[in-house]
Design a protein around this ligand. Structure first.
Ligand code: PHE
Length: 462
């Protein structure tokens, strides 16, 4: 039988889970969402989602994983019977679809790293044009995403402790160092404080319904929740590990990194007189123009560091995404890890090809559907369905599952193993209130509003 493997220590788990959490969600998406959703007000809503929903859902997933020592499908099946196993399957489907398009963005970042460091990307006069052309042409996209998937598969194929944990322990410290280095530089630029102010002083008028569902969707995206990644990683930890402590550490690391990414990006953008409102192109158009303005040498150094940072962050996330279906197949089919990982990676890469073709290469994929008042590409639709809607739905059903089916007493006793003082702690009260009420009710309401407003164009609040 193929062995499941496991993390060697609590630190190993925290590094890997934080590596999963810290990714494009923090460094690509978080700054542009802050930029287009009104700055500090969005940050505030985001933090509320993290504390009231993120922390309990993350703890819930890790607990389910450790309690069963199984992949998401088997875990729900063991605890809830065959009727609940579809919830694990839904998570796995979300994970596969999510990785297929996430890897496309990772490929862009990799291409930009190569272009800035070894090519003449920074001497391009029209960076906006460069971005739209480069994502529309299939050749480079194909090559860079394939390269990214191969690196991911290589690491995952080496196993939980020898591949995943080791990579996280090397990459995470480098990532944090690069991040802090660039922040120090960006805060010293003239006009940096304008950016800091926009980022930190809230305008409460900017909070709208889309602010709320975007913030919630981003919280799930960024904390790697709702698709079973944390059930999978949780299944590899020890019974003596303290789950609440680990979940808190991962949540704090992820939130701090997102916060720091904003603190890195906003001063850069404002000091060069750019608008923070560029959407997904913020990282690929606005920032390279900032690097360009720094002059050829400084621009190249800071720009290369910046894109390397993004590649490392994305890599520790793609690793965890590939581990979800791979871990499942190793468990269920008893195939060797190497075979499973390479086949799964290849299949997901192929599933992602329409995502690569949906930025201008193929019109039917570029203008795939129409909702939210605009044409959406296949790539947008996959993120909307499997990430921003699918992940909170997974979290909603998981909290209902824990509170109503598995039972809070069993949930408590799993956490107690490794955390003997849990029984009489404020943690227990917090988890009970959030798991039984706050999480299901707020996630349920936001789910309905998202479907009505985003997909059906029905606005309940004018
Ligand atoms: N959390 C990762 C990010 O912020 C994305 C991710 C989601 C990874 C779900 C694994 C599982 O980029």
């Amino acid at each position: 039988m193929a062995s499941r493997g496991g993390f060697t220590s609590k630190l190993g788990f925290v590094a890997a889970a934080a590596g999963s959490a810290v990714g494009l969600g923090n460094i690509w998406r978080f700054p542009f969402e802050v930029g287009r959703n009104g700055g500090a007000a969005f940050l505030l809503v985001y933090l509320i989602c993290i504390v009231l929903i993120g922390l309990p859902v993350m703890t819930g997933e890790i607990t389910i994983g450790r309690s069963t020592g199984s992949n998401p499908y088997r875990a729900y099946r063991k605890l809830g019977g065959a009727n609940w196993s579809w919830l694990g399957v839904w998570g796995i489907i979300c994970g596969i679809m999510f990785l297929s398009v996430y890897n496309v963005v990772a490929g862009w970042a990799f291409g930009y790293f190569v272009g800035v460091s070894f090519g003449d990307l920074l001497s391009t006069p029209d960076l906006g044009g460069y971005f739209s052309t480069s994502i529309a042409e299939i050749g480079d996209n194909f090559l860079y995403s394939l390269a990214f998937m191969i690196i991911t598969a290589f690491i995952v194929s080496r196993g939980v402790s020898g591949g995943i944990e080791k990579a996280a322990k090397i990459l995470m410290p480098i990532l944090l160092t690069l991040l802090v280095g660039i922040i120090i530089y960006s805060l010293t630029l003239d006009g940096a404080m304008e950016g800091v102010k926009y980022y930190l002083v809230p305008d409460f008028g900017a909070i709208t319904i889309p602010t709320i569902y975007n913030a919630l969707g981003l919280a799930f995206f960024s904390l790697s929740m709702g698709m079973g990644a944390l059930i999978t990683y949780g299944s590899y930890i020890n019974k003596t590990d303290n789950i609440t402590e680990s979940a808190t550490l991962v949540t704090i690391t992820d939130t701090v990194v997102a916060f720091l990414a904003g603190l890195m990006v906003m001063p850069l953008v404002f000091s060069m007189g750019q608008s923070p409102n560029a959407g997904p192109g913020l990282l690929f158009v606005t920032l390279p123009s900032v690097f360009q303005a720094m002059g050829p040498i400084t621009g190249k150094i800071i720009g290369s560091m910046f894109f390397l940072l993004i590649c490392f962050a994305a890599l520790t996330s793609t690793i965890s995404l590939l581990e979800i279906p791979s871990g499942l197949l190793v468990d269920e089919k008893k195939w060797s890890r190497k075979k499973v990982v390479w086949l799964t990676a290849l299949a997901i890469f192929v599933v992602g090809i329409p995502g690569m073709l949906s930025h201008g290469a193929v019109d039917g994929l570029t203008n795939f559907m129409f909702y939210e008042g605009r044409a959406k590409s296949y790539f947008d639709v996959v993120f909307d369905i499997f990430s921003d809607t699918g992940l909170p739905l997974g979290g909603l059903l998981m909290s209902i599952f824990i509170a109503r089916k598995w039972g809070m007493d069993k949930f408590d006793s799993e956490i107690e193993s490794g955390n003997p003082t849990y029984k009489d702690s404020a943690w227990r009260t917090f988890l009970h209130i959030t798991m039984k009420y706050v999480s299901p009710i707020s996630l349920g309401i936001i789910f309905v509003i998202t479907i009505l407003q985003k997909f059906l164009g029905i606005s309940l609040f004018g």
